[in-house]
Design a binder for this molecule. Sequence first.
Ligand code: C2E
Ligand code: MG
Ligand code: MG
Length: 300
Amino acid sequence: DTLYDRADYVTWVAKREARGRALVFSQEHASQLGQVRRMEHALHCADLDAEIHILFQPQFDVAMNRTTGYEVLARWRSPIIGDVSPVDFIPMAERLDMINKITQTVVRKALAVSAKLPKSIRLSVNLSANDLASTTAVAAIVAQVHKAGTPCRVDFEITETAVMRDFEQASQGLVALLALGSRIALDDFGTGHSSLTHVQKLPLDRIKIDRSFVKEVTIDPTSRAIIKTTIELCRNLGISCVFEGIETEQQLDALLELGGTVMQGYLFGRPMSETAMLEQVARERKGWQDRRDVIFGTAG
Ligand code: C2E
Ligand code: MG
Ligand code: MG
């Protein structure tokens, strides 16, 4: 059993890190594998409702000069192993067939928060490929939204791997989500297996350009050209275009020059707690109320 377990693990590492080469299972792999198995065990036994919480990262619309929504990002705090990044626990949950349950938890928590927000602010929840691939998982999401009451102000982000396995199934799932009044964003566009067929055939409301392009926008003319073309593509299709991972004002200026409007990244705000997010929303609303008082002459 140990031999198979180790062979399986190092094959997985080799596929990721050493394509076309052989890897020998080392002491380091042994300790990584031990760590992975401990995490899997902890996730398997986790009380998801208590251990999974959500953070919110602002999406700022430069043209409207306000925050129009927040991306919902899952966090896992295990009492046994501490904080685990979604980069680690989401793929693990997919392997352990637990992702649908985690999505349920995230959606339920997001719906509860959205009820406290002004109507102009939307929340955007990430879906895994395994969610869209399962009719029961989509039905469970739909049921939760119905239970929370309409109109729904929760949107969904999907990646292209979600639609590659079974396009028909995924499309049906998306149609069910659209019927809730949710919008669909294509996440991490430009990485992995981006295809114009997906953009053509999926009922998308927005495309999120991956942060690897944003990172290069100030230095690489090719990235700039790709961004410019994608903005143009979105405009022609009548969908919006969101930029991820903006960290510097230089990057922001470069994106503005190319015609970008909706921005997300550390420059605008790190993922924050519900309390911090609600405070930010209240501050922005107060700013607007003050301006309104000036415009309509009700100030002072
Ligand atoms: P994503 O959906 O592309 O989310 C954006 C990630 O980029 C987040 O990492 C966010 O914190 C990070 N980020 C945002 N702005 C910046 C920036 O300016 N600079 C840098 N360096 N990073 C930035 P996070 O929260 O660690 O999430 C990583 C990934 O995990 C997400 O990528 C998403 O694929 C997945 N994920 C997170 N929450 C969920 C969830 O509830 N369900 C599913 N299925 N996946 C999730
Ligand atoms: Mg996302
Ligand atoms: Mg992304």
